[in-house]
Each structure stands twice: as structure tokens, then as C-alpha cells.
Design a protein around this ligand. Structure first.
Ligand code: SAM
Ligand code: SF4
Length: 335
């Protein structure tokens, strides 16, 4: 099996593919109220182009692909895409990050098409707060999406970004909901990227303190812990159990516990730009070579050469004096 590495020797085996820059929600910390400048139809990679790139990149060493967006379930050909990605022989895991609003309709079909797992973003359990936070009265649809996912036996995790004064008082309730539902919730530190910079997220330490207050002392799970949690080896979540809590809670701390030295990811935007790091623009346009008749081997060589330049680390917490800071919003990158 091929291995893709950068100059720091990091193994790059995880690709997040954004299928669209459109979204049916307007989360305060992700999408500006006025929306973002939309890509035209011609600018967005076609299904065939995504499939071709995915195949080339799996050939180079990518083992896990996550589909994201914008809202990936808005992309009409999603089921066809999942089906064809599933057929790439060396692809070990195919997953999706979604706001869950359309999962009621799609969960069963996604499972049949070969999807392995879903991460569902859930920042509030209160319909009125959900509306204020996302701009849409769709909490009911998300609840139905969670049920549909469980019925379809799709592996499910919840993601929550606690923001001070917006939804931070709900973390205990969201952890309780995850416990009742039998799923892991991962609390993510807000990154000061795009609209995220307008708010203050709860830091990991405070999240842990509040959960310990409610559920008793915590225990960090060994990274090689129980089956199903190995994801920590490649993903950045720290997993915890609590004295009075059944199940596990994850913490993703891009700010307070930077994990750049173990970063294994690349991101492909909907217009075909391969991003090397969330914070910087560094990367390469793959749409042009794809459309100019370059061979698969030619494209593979371009990727192999360019990923070597992956930045050593993000510097979200410092006043960065560096060119090429990313100006795209999260909804345009694919979180
Ligand atoms: N629409 C889908 C969803 O909401 O899950 C997929 C795209 S969304 C950009 C992916 C994830 O990024 C979501 O879990 C969202 O909460 C997270 N996100 C967006 N902006 C963020 C920020 N500034 N800091 C941390 N996470 C962020
Ligand atoms: Fe849309 Fe997801 Fe961003 Fe919310 S977090 S605006 S659902 S892309």
C-alpha cells in the first residue's frame, strides 16, 4: 500500500471532501448572515471528477474519506457518489458530516449505498435556540434524522461546538442526550476562523470541568481503548468516561491541545482546491489539471509533490504574521 507523506514525515491518509458550498442552515459561527459568494455550477467538481480524484488519492495512500460541505446531503447525486466511492478497493472508511436535517430521508439509502458512519452536528436541543443559532426551525428534522440513522444502523457520533453565551449552558444536557441515545458526543473548541472569530468558544478544560461537576471524576481512555474508539489514533478526539456516565465523551481541542504534529488530513474544496491546512490557503488547484487532460499519473505526481509543503502547524492562537491566511469561511472549506 502506498504512503503519502509531507516533509515532516507525517503520514497523510485522511481526506475530507466538500461536496458543496451551499447549506440549508446559517449557523452563526460558520456562515455569514448574508451568505457567501456562491460557486457557479461550472466551478464545482462534477461527480466523475470527485470520483477520479478520490481514486487517485486512495492510490497514493488515503485510507479514510469524509464527505462534508456546506451541507453534503444537499448534493443531489450523493447516493451515487457514496456507492462509487465505496467501490474503491483500498478505501477503509467512508463517512459523512452533516447537520442532520435531511438524514430522515437519506439515512437508510446511505447505509445501503455503503456509507460507514455519520457525524451529526448538534449544538442545541432546544428548538427555539436551535432556530436562533442556525436560522432555521428544523430541530424536529434533526431529531428524526438521528432516529433514522439509528434505525439504519449507521455508526453515529454527535459533534457540538459550545459557544459562550450562545449554547454553552447546554453541554451537560447534550451529554445526557448522547447517553440516552447510546452515542458518543464530541465537544469541539470553536476555531477563530471566518465567523467563528466573532464568538468565544468554551475551552476544553472548562468543558471537562463542567462535565465532571455533573457526572463525577473523569478518566481519559487509552488511545488503544475499547473497540470502536480506535478512531482516536487518526482523529484528534480525546475520549473520556465519567464516574456517573454510561458511554464516552470526546473532546476535540484544536486550540488548547494542538494536534498538528499528528495531523493526517487533507481537504478538497467543492471547487477542487486541495487544502493542506485549515488555517492557510496553501494548497493546489486540481480542477485545472483534471480538466486539461492530464493523466492520472500526472495528477498523482502533482499531489505527491505539493502535499510535501503542508504547513507544520496552525497558529490560531497567535497574531499570525504570515501571508496566505485562509479567507474562505468554514462553509466553503468543509469543516
Ligand atoms: N453542514 C455540515 C455540518 O454542519 O455538520 C458539514 C459542514 S460543517 C462546516 C462541519 C463542522 O464544522 C460542523 O460540525 C460545525 O460545527 C463545524 N464548524 C464550523 N465552523 C467552525 C469553527 N469555527 N470552529 C469549530 N468548528 C466549526
Ligand atoms: Fe451549514 Fe454546517 Fe456551517 Fe451550519 S455548520 S452553516 S449546517 S455548513
Amino acid at each position: 500500500m502506498a504512503v503519502l507523506t509531507d516533509i515532516f514525515g507525517r503520514k497523510l491518509d485522511y481526506l475530507r471532501i466538500s461536496l458543496t458550498d451551499k447549506c440549508n442552515l446559517r449557523c452563526l459561527y460558520c456562515m455569514p448572515k448574508e451568505g457567501v459568494k456562491r460557486l457557479s455550477h461550472a466551478e464545482i467538481l462534477t461527480l466523475e471528477e470527485i470520483e477520479r480524484l478520490a481514486e487517485i488519492m486512495v492510490g497514493l495512500g488515503i485510507q479514510k474519506i469524509r464527505l462534508t460541505g456546506g451541507e453534503p446531503l444537499i448534493r443531489k447525486s450523493i447516493l451515487e457518489l457514496v456507492g462509487s466511492l465505496r467501490e474503491i478497493p483500498d478505501l477503509k472508511e467512508l463517512s459523512l458530516t452533516t447537520n442532520g436535517t435531511l438524514l430522515g430521508e437519506y439515512a437508510e439509502k446511505l447505509k445501503e449505498a455503503g456509507l460507514d458512519a455519520v457525524n451529526l452536528s448538534l449544538d442545541s436541543l432546544q428548538p427555539d435556540r436551535f432556530l436562533r443559532l442556525t436560522g432555521e426551525d428544523m430541530f424536529r428534522e434533526v431529531r428524526m434524522g438521528i432516529e433514522a440513522c439509528q434505525k439504519a444502523k449507521l455508526h453515529l457520533k454527535l459533534n457540538c461546538v459550545p459557544i459562550i453565551g450562545i449554547n454553552d449552558e447546554e453541554i451537560e444536557a447534550i451529554a445526557a442526550f448522547a447517553q440516552e441515545t447510546g452515542v458518543t458526543v464530541r465537544f469541539i473548541e470553536l476555531m477563530p476562523l471566518g465567523c467563528g472569530a466573532l464568538f468565544t468558544g468554551l475551552d476544553g478544560k472548562e468543558i471537562l470541568r463542567r462535565l465532571e461537576n455533573k457526572y463525577g471524576s473523569s478518566k481519559r481512555l487509552d488511545p488503544c481503548g475499547p473497540a470502536g474508539e480506535q478512531d482516536i489514533l487518526t482523529g484528534p478526539a480525546e475520549l473520556y468516561t465519567f464516574e456517573h456516565y454510561t458511554g464516552t465523551v470526546g473532546l476535540i481541542r484544536p486550540l488548547s491541545h494542538q494536534f498538528c504534529d499528528r495531523c493526517n488530513r487533507l481537504r478538497l474544496t467543492a471547487e477542487g482546491y486541495l487544502k493542506l491546512c485549515l488555517q492557510y490557503e496553501d494548497g493546489l488547484d486540481l480542477r485545472k489539471p483534471l480538466r486539461s487532460g492530464l493523466t492520472d499519473e500526472g495528477i498523482a505526481e502533482l499531489i505527491r509533490e505539493n502535499v510535501k509543503r503542508k504547513p507544520a502547524a496552525h497558529q490560531f492562537q497567535k497574531a499570525v504574521q504570515r501571508d496566505h491566511i485562509e479567507e474562505r469561511k468554514m462553509v466553503q472549506i468543509g469543516g
